[in-house]
Design a protein around this ligand. Sequence first.
Ligand code: GTP
Length: 235
Amino acid sequence: MKYKRILLKLSGEALMGKKGFGIDQERLQEYAKEIKSIVNAGCQVAVVIGGGNIFRGIQAEKGGMDRVHGDYMGMLATVINSMAIQSALEVLGIETRLQSAIKMEQICEPFIRRKAVRHLEKGRVVIFGAGTGNPYFTTDTAATLRAIEIEANVILKGTRVDGIYTSDPEKDKNAKRYDTIKFQEVYEKGLEVMDMTAFTLCKENNLPIIVFDMNKLGNLMKLVNGDKVGTLVEV
Ligand code: GTP
């Protein structure tokens, strides 16, 4: 196994599946099965999921809502998605622990780094909810921060595109996919991988990123085993 400890970042929108809003149970179960396969293979897995299928702080701001208020609502949305993933994994017999950056004792543990690491060592999937607990940060930044804190070997960013392209493949037929790319090149070419805060945090802490298509079954297992899937961003 190439990566012993990973942080898997999932987008909230991906959970919608074909629905326009909320959580698609079929998609949720698919993701849970994918995660189960690598846990059973001995990989230590932490998960961060966005909340865009339920609420987006930035869009709410356009509608006149205070940005900070909207961001907190977005953080709560990530906790809902985290609970959904937690439940789907537990149905499959996978042990999980949910830790939130905002305290909600009745629902989950507070984020405690040392405890998170112990859970991982015991083979439990640790899900980090509520982002960083601060407004003005994205879930990509939360995922990066947690990945560094738990000393994950890599951050796996599951998207609906199968990697990083020279231009937007949904708009440009001639777009080419990179197998690997350097952090510096991403800056120079102005490619979008994560927001700059998250991306720079990865670069400065030497944390590789792999962008891959999470909706293609089996990809996660291949990645963990070191097969070339998606695009690897490295120093
Ligand atoms: P170890 O015993 O250290 O292996 O870990 P553990 O998570 O099993 O121990 P702990 O006794 O801390 O937790 C038992 C259960 O309570 C787990 O399902 C935890 O997720 C849950 N739990 C622990 N702390 C909290 C909390 O603050 N709030 C909530 N809601 N659940 C908690």
